[in-house]
Ligand binder design. Structure first.
Ligand code: SF4
Length: 360
């Protein structure tokens, strides 16, 4: 049996204030989120319309921090009920929320979401989940990959948020997991997280239809991940989920080729192997995502986190054009080759039953 510690739940995020829009108050789930927040002493501001109005300081950094400390309960617009494909992570993206309270100095959300970074959670969860059956069997990933076909049509809930970070107040992730558990279909909910408070998820009737992945990086890089749970706690949480019968995974992301990366990542892979040792029915996948940024996200992140030591210079970088015609900075071919062979070899040795789903 592994000696990996079961660490206590920690780093529960509480907003400074919660905005409840008029339409969201019309949904039981929205009212329940506001009730839970009020119970913990969070200031509740009931808006008379659906416009998110918040007086923010003029100083951009203080405005950013205030918006990050705000949770809004809103109704997801009809566009959210029309799902987008999200390869290679999953067939479809399903959003339970948009925005994240953590402060990772590499987060791609900084350059992708418009307006102040208020985290929005959706009150019309039933409607969102009710839209999913229409996508069953319409996989974009599973049809191409025999390795993933047994997972059926996959729905990714972590594209624009970290749903576990919000779970103590929202309960949305638990509701979605239970919904997939009841859904007698060849389908899978997926989420990845840098948080560790899995206690509410352990006793759910998940039916093996939700895969949790821990998003991890070496502790030496924790300084880039403000407000998240310690990596050891994330791994301990993943172990608890695996023991509760969930399929699990590791999202090693973003892989950062900073000085000393080999030693840091081999220790991380060994820590993951120790945390997941001796789990009889372990179903483990690995996703490998290298650090990248674009001009917009770089400018935003450098202004919000000016003290970050994260390297976003041109060193070891090359420009890659996306299929949408935009550009991003990724590691150059030689660095990519070195990283990829290192990870494939290290994971093969330490976690021989793990399936590497993709490298990007
Ligand atoms: Fe972004 Fe994930 Fe960090 Fe949240 S936890 S700030 S979504 S990278």
């Amino acid at each position: 049996m592994s000696t990996a510690p079961i660490l206590p739940a920690e780093r529960r995020w509480l907003p400074r204030r919660l905005l409840l829009t008029r339409s969201a108050a019309g949904w039981a789930h929205g009212r329940e989120i506001a009730r839970r927040a009020a119970e913990t002493g969070v200031e509740i501001i009931e808006l008379t319309s659906d416009r998110l109005s918040l007086d923010l300081p003029e100083d951009p950094r203080r405005a950013y921090a205030e918006a990050k400390a705000t949770l809004a309960v809103v109704v997801a617009p009809p566009s959210k009920l029309k799902l987008q494909p999200i390869a290679p992570s999953a067939d479809w993206r399903v959003d339970l929320a948009e925005g994240c309270p953590a402060h990772c100095s590499y987060c791609y959300l900084a350059g992708s979401l418009k307006g102040p970074p208020i985290t929005r959670v959706y009150a019309n969860l039933e409607e969102i989940l009710g839209s999913l059956p229409a996508y069953l069997g319409q996989g974009t990933i599973t049809s191409r990959s025999r390795m993933r076909a047994h997972e059926g049509t996959t729905f990714e809930a972590s594209c624009y948020t970290d749903p576990l970070a919000l779970e103590p107040l929202t309960g949305s992730l638990s509701a979605a997991i239970a919904w997939f558990g009841r859904w007698d279909a060849d389908a899978q909910l997926r989420f990845t997280t840098k948080f560790a408070d899995v206690e509410p998820l352990l006793s759910l009737e998940h039916g093996g239809r939700t895969r949790m992945r821990a998003s991890i990086n070496p502790p030496a890089f924790a300084r880039f991940e403000g407000g998240t749970s310690p990596v050891a706690a994330r791994l301990a949480a993943l172990r608890r989920m695996a023991l509760a019968g969930y399929p699990v995974g590791l999202t090693i992301a973003p892989i950062i080729a900073a000085i000393g990366w080999e030693a840091a990542y081999i220790a991380l892979i060994e820590d993951a192997a120790a945390a997941l040792a001796d789990i009889p029915t372990l179903d483990l996948t690995v996703e490998l995502i290298t650090h990248r940024f674009n001009a917009g996200s770089k400018a935003m992140l450098e202004s919000c986190y000016p003290g970050s030591a994260l390297d976003m210079t041109d060193a070891n970088r090359t420009t890659k054009r996306t299929k949408f015609g935009t550009e991003k900075q990724v590691y150059d071919a030689a660095t990519m080759r070195a990283l990829r062979s290192f990870f494939e070899r290290g994971i093969g040795e330490a976690l021989p039953t793990a399936q590497i789903l993709y490298w990007t």
